[in-house]
Design a protein around this ligand. Sequence first.
Ligand code: NDP
Length: 293
Amino acid sequence: MTAQIIDGKARAAALRADIATHVARLSQDHGVTPGLAVVLVGEDPASQVYVRSKGRQTVEAGMESFEHKLPADTSEDALLALIDDLNKDPQVHGILVQLPLPDHLDSDLVINAIDPAKDVDGFHISNVGLLGTGQDAMVPCTPLGCLMLLRETLGDLSGMDAVVIGRSNIVGKPMAHLLLGDSCTVTIAHSRTRDLPARVAAADIVVAAVGRPQMVKGDWIKPGATVIDVGINRIDKPEGGTRLVGDVDFDSVAPVAGAITPVPGGVGPMTIACLLANTLTACCRIHGLPVPE
Ligand code: NDP
């Protein structure tokens, strides 16, 4: 038996097409165009790639994209002043500050300066609190994308045993809250967890968000389990050059699992699609319009 490969690329394309339809209707019926502002401080090459592709996909969905590229030595005051302007700008419905920020900037302070209604990354403390208490929140894009793939693959998740490996504020913790919200029994594992393979072996759902290439092995996995691989790691190829791999050892896990996301082409494309979905949601809420399902 070989696992079903969960096609995140196709799912993300379908989601973006849906969003584009809603965006077109919004501007036709209400004269409103959702706008996403992305703020990039410094020259980090990976961040530049992400920001470029976010901008491109925003425009392709019919939304307005506002890019603010600031030099690496930008002061905290200058950054906070820009965020204040974006908070007040009626054309901007979503604000994303690309992380990581240079060391001299306090990311918590900066993120918490964003108007929670425009916090499309879902990292503002108010949105974290709303998610943690099961209320309507802006949900972080990567875990939201994982949840969509899980629901589509498995249907009702109620009563399933889930292990989330990783406890970051960006992926692990919000993922665990979302799974709990869908009535899974959730274990959050991290670098101090004892006997990780045994915990993974009991899980119907495994979400790996660790940042360690190919760490999760096939002999850890319960036969038929659904495996979501969030990791993006670049490793050297024996023949020279590099390639992207996840936190899951795909070759040993795929023959055991029931379903698995590939890297690339799994969770990654869903993240940007969910950013667009959150921008549409923010725009509708700000204008008092119904949020598309
Ligand atoms: P962080 O480094 O913030 O968190 C990693 C987590 O993994 C920590 O909680 C850490 O535990 C845990 N961990 C580290 N080593 C082990 C181990 N040996 N056993 C068990 N747990 C361990 O990473 P992120 O959450 O930001 O990202 C995780 C991965 O997901 C990365 O590869 C990143 O590139 C990728 N990513 C992909 C995205 C996408 O769009 N597909 C978006 C965001 C991230 P502790 O807390 O104890 O240190």
